[in-house]
Design a protein around this ligand. Structure first.
Ligand SMILES: [Zn+2]
Length: 308
């Protein structure tokens, strides 16, 4: 009888242990995150748990200087161009017509950073394939001296004072058409539909003048890069709205051309330690306000790493 009780006690203890283990396993299973959907806002913790199973990571240390550099800088009447901004490899297009692939320039003064010229050439090539071939650049990069001259010439109604124009960033272009006004020309129509596919956005749309503070300019395009231009296009956001949205959501996902992007906003008070993929598939862009937007993506090679 005594033996029976001991055996039964043992069985009961074993049963409790097994039950406990199963329960714990279930708990862990319940905490695992399912596959992400494109464009669905996700919390920061979910992003981190995704990264742990993703490609190899490295740690970067960012500081406040990182707020003021990159392709998402917000420049408007209340956010001036960062003082220490460096725009590199600016070239005069008239002097480098060999580098221009199938478009015209308004005059000898048009300048662009070389990288922007490459991006615009890609856009022009895509438009050409659609039979749209009459692009004319009216203005590209402007330094403060050029902007001051323009401001004096056109006045505050039509030009921003030096230090408050996106053209000072080297990321904006005034694109025209030799066939007429951009509002109705084939070039204007094409850009409205397709510019986002090449990283460009119409910066001052007709229905957002109350947000941008700038009149409708169907010719002024700003480079923000992919996947940002795709998300902005999808939701109809101007840059002010997009940056506010990222800040509010902390982190979102977007799928563009088969790549899965995670776009996260981080405030920077003094220093920020950040984990990014060590294979270089990330970008960091300051918002010119109080933080940075970190974009990571998974390409084919990182997928193999996950599988292995
Ligand atoms: Zn412009």
């Amino acid at each position: 009888m005594k033996k029976m009780i001991v055996v039964m006690m043992l069985l009961l203890v074993c049963g409790l242990i097994i039950f406990g283990k199963q329960y714990a396993a279930k708990e862990n299973g319940g905490n695992e995150k399912g596959p992400k959907q494109a464009d669905q806002p996700q919390s920061q913790t979910q992003t981190q748990s995704r990264n742990q199973s993703g490609p190899k990571q490295k740690v970067l240390t960012l500081d406040k200087g990182d707020i003021y550099t990159g392709e998402l800088l917000l420049v408007n009447t209340t956010h001036p161009v960062p003082k220490k901004l460096k725009v590199s490899h600016v070239i005069n297009l008239f002097d480098h017509q060999d580098l221009m692939k199938g478009f015209g320039i308004m005059d000898k003064s048009v300048e662009l950073p070389e990288e922007m010229l490459t991006r615009f050439n890609a856009l022009v090539a895509a438009a050409k394939a659609d039979g749209v071939t009459h692009f004319l650049i009216n203005s590209g990069y402007r330094d403060n001296k050029k902007q001051a001259e323009l401001y004096e010439q056109l006045g505050s109604e039509q030009a921003n004072p030096p230090g408050y124009s996106e053209h000072n960033l080297g990321l904006s272009m005034d694109i025209g058409s030799t066939l007429g006004a951009m509002k109705s020309s084939p070039e204007g129509e094409w850009l409205k539909e397709n510019a986002w596919k090449y990283g460009f956005v119409m910066r001052y749309p007709e229905d957002k003048t109350n947000i941008t503070g700038i009149m409708y300019e169907p010719w002024h395009f700003r480079y923000v890069g992919l996947p940002h231009s795709a998300v902005m296009h999808k939701y109809g956001f101007v840059l002010e709205e997009y940056l506010a949205y990222l800040k509010e959501q902390s982190s979102i996902h977007a799928e563009v051309d088969g790549l899965m992007y995670t776009i996260s906003y981080y405030p920077i008070k003094s220093k920020l330690e950040l984990t990014v993929p060590s294979n270089g598939s990330y970008t960091i862009a300051g918002d010119n306000m109080d933080g940075v937007i970190v974009t990571t993506w998974e390409d084919d090679s990182s997928r193999k790493e996950v599988a292995g």
